[in-house]
Design a protein around this ligand. Structure first.
Ligand code: SAM
Length: 280
C-alpha cells in the first residue's frame, strides 16, 4: 500500500535498503507515518519554516515534516546506510530536503538555514540531552531557532518540565525553563518503536522566549544551580558555601532561607541569588 507521499511504507524502505536497526547508533525507528505526522504537527506551524532534523534514519519523521509543509528540511544523519532511503524522499519533494552525512555532535549546520528555524529530532537519548544543553546555551539570546521538538526517555522529559518541590526538578528544568516555554506534547509506549526500547518515551516542545523570565548572568546562574543540585540533600548554606564569599548573607539577601534545599527554590529565587553573587 502506498502512502500519502507516494513513497513506500517504512517497513519496505528498511527491507529494500537493508537498514536493520543498530543498537550502537541508538536506532529505534518510528514506522507509523500517522505518528510521525503527529510529531511534525507538534513542532508548530512548519509552513514557511526551515527545519533542522537530527537523526532522520529511514525518514519517517522527515516525511512527516515535509508532508506538514516545512519549507526546507536539513537532515543530519550519521549512518550512511540511511542515505539512499533519504535520497528517495528528496526526489519526492524536489528542492526541499538536504541531507548531510555526519555526527550532529561535531557539525552545526544551523548557519545554513533561514529564519524562522525549528529543530526536530528523534535521537538516541544521550545525544539528545547533549544537544539540548548546547541549543539552550548559545552565545546570544534569543537563539537562531524558534522551537525545539525532541524525543526523550520519559524520565528525562519529566526533568525538563519539572516544577520546584518534585524529585525531577533540577538543573535541566532550570536551564530549560529560564528562557523557554517547555511542555510534554506526546508520550509514547515502547511498542511505538521498532525495535521497542525498554522505557517509555516523550516528546518535549520548547519555545524560545524573547528574553529570560528573570535577569541573571548565564554563567553565574549555572554555577549557583550546579552547586545547589550537586548536593541536593544539603541545605543551601552548606551546598553553596564555596560559590562566593559570605554566601549565607547572600542567600538571605536574595530572600531565601539558608536552611532550604535547592529543590525547593524557584527559578526566580535562583536568578535573584545569581544577581547578588554577580554583584560581588
Ligand atoms: N528519526 C528516525 C525515526 O524517528 O524513526 C530515527 C530515530 S533513531 C532513535 C536515531 C537516529 O539518529 C538513527 O538514525 C541514528 O543513526 C541517528 N544518530 C545517532 N547518533 C547520531 C549522531 N551523533 N548524529 C547524527 N545522527 C545520529
Amino acid at each position: 500500500m502506498s502512502s500519502i507521499d507516494g513513497l513506500p511504507p517504512l517497513r519496505a524502505v528498511i527491507d529494500t535498503h537493508g537498514i536493520a536497526a543498530k543498537k550502537s547508533l541508538g536506532q529505534n525507528f518510528l514506522l507509523d507515518l500517522n505518528l510521525t505526522a503527529k510529531i511534525a504537527r507538534a513542532a508548530g506551524d512548519l509552513s514557511g519554516a526551515d527545519v533542522l532534523e537530527v537523526g532522520p534514519g529511514p525518514g519517517g519523521l522527515t516525511r512527516g515534516l515535509l508532508a506538514e509543509g516545512a519549507r526546507k528540511v536539513l537532515a543530519v544523519e550519521k549512518d550512511s546506510r540511511c542515505l539512499p532511503a533519504l535520497a528517495e524522499i528528496a526526489a519526492a519533494y524536489p528542492g526541499r530536503l538536504e541531507v548531510i552525512e555526519g555526527d550532529a555532535l561535531e557539525i552545526n549546520p544551523l548557519e545554513h538555514l533561514t529564519a524562522p528555524i525549528r529543530i526536530v529530532a528523534n535521537l538516541p537519548y544521550n545525544v539528545g540531552t547533549e544537544l539540548l544543553v548546547r541549543w539552550l546555551t548559545p552565545k546570544v539570546w534569543p537563539p537562531v531557532w524558534e522551537s525545539l521538538t525532541l524525543m526523550f526517555q520519559k524520565e528525562v522529559a519529566e526533568r525538563i518540565v519539572a516544577k520546584p518541590g518534585s524529585k525531577a526538578y533540577g538543573r535541566l528544568a532550570l536551564l530549560a525553563q529560564w528562557r523557554c516555554e517547555a511542555r510534554i506534547v506526546l508520550t509514547l509506549p515502547p511498542e511505538a518503536f521498532t525495535p521497542p526500547p525498554k522505557i517509555h518515551s516523550a516528546v518535549v516542545h520548547l519555545t524560545a522566549l524573547p528574553e529570560p523570565r528573570f535577569p541573571a548572568d548565564p554563567a553565574v546562574l549555572n554555577r549557583v544551580v550546579a552547586a545547589g543540585f550537586n548536593q541536593r540533600r544539603k541545605m543551601l548554606r552548606a551546598s553553596l558555601k564555596g560559590v562566593a564569599p559570605d554566601m549565607e548573607a547572600k542567600i538571605v539577601a536574595a530572600g531565601l532561607a539558608p536552611t532550604a534545599r535547592a529543590e525547593e527554590i524557584s527559578l526566580e529565587g535562583f536568578c535573584a541569588l545569581a544577581r547578588i553573587v554577580a554583584a560581588g
